[in-house]
Design a binder for this molecule. Structure first.
Ligand SMILES: CSCCC(=O)C(=O)COP(=O)(O)O
Ligand SMILES: [Mg+2]
Length: 228
């Protein structure tokens, strides 16, 4: 096995529970989205992302309410839209700073990330959540501020998580050969794309999910079982 020099980790289902994202973060953003857009509509950044959302849907003449309805539908569908993720991240910032919630991380994650850093491995995040949302997530985690552990963050501006090319771009950005990178995820199609780009892979299957009988990737129930 080629030496691992860096680890790239997914968030939802890998470092953290799916239910924190689906049951806490998504409803928080859904509820506050209309007021957030009304309050911040004069900001060029907000107008940019509303325009991008309308463009993604092929809407030519959409009212503000049409776009709010669209974004709320996308939240319900868990659409991995870059525009939606950017806006969600801005809304979540208010919740983190107000202390409405802290980001869930599985119990072994912080200590294991710390140990890997201690061994000289570089750590990166690749999530559908926007880079600002990722930084908030790890700054306000249940295990404290974990951002000093990470050397960099990638989101869907690098490309979709199921596209091989996204992983090639990330390897170039971090300056490592793909074979020296280990990608951690709970989604097999993401792992397939990473492997096609030359990465090593680890499939996180958190209890109570059942382990597949013939898994396509090495499987782990938690980070402590991974020995890079
Ligand atoms: C880091 S922000 C919350 C996560 C999120 O919005 C999301 O879609 C998670 O996707 P992932 O790629 O981490 O599975
Ligand atoms: Mg995931």
């Amino acid at each position: 096995m080629t030496t691992i020099r860096a680890i790239v980790t997914d968030i939802e289902g890998t470092t953290s529970s799916i239910s924190f994202v689906k049951d806490v973060l998504f409803p928080y953003a859904r509820k506050r989205l209309p007021a957030f857009i009304e309050t911040h509509i004069d900001k060029p950044e907000i107008q940019h992302w509303l325009h991008e959302a309308a463009k993604e849907e092929g809407l030519v003449e959409a009212s503000r309410q049409d776009i709010i309805d669209l974004l709320q539908r996308w939240i319900d569908e868990d659409r991995k839209s870059t525009a939606l993720k950017a806006l969600q991240g801005m809304i979540w910032q208010e919740g983190y700073e107000a202390g409405d919630y802290r980001a869930h991380v599985y119990p072994e994650v912080a200590a294991r990330l710390q140990a890997w850093r201690g061994e000289g491995l570089h750590l990166y995040v690749y999530s559908s959540g926007s880079v600002p949302a990722q930084k908030l997530f790890f700054k306000y985690s249940e295990a404290g501020d974990l951002t000093p552990l990470f050397a960099g963050y990638f989101d869907t501006e690098t490309g979709p998580k199921r596209d091989q090319a996204s992983y090639t771009r990330m390897a170039e950005a971090v300056g490592e050969q793909p074979a020296h990178l280990l990608f951690l995820s709970d989604i097999v199609e993401e792992l397939d794309a990473a492997r096609a780009a030359g990465y090593q892979t680890a499939w996180l299957i958190r209890p109570p999910l059942a382990l597949p009988t013939e898994p396509r990737h090495p499987t782990y129930t938690d980070f402590n079982a991974i020995a890079p």
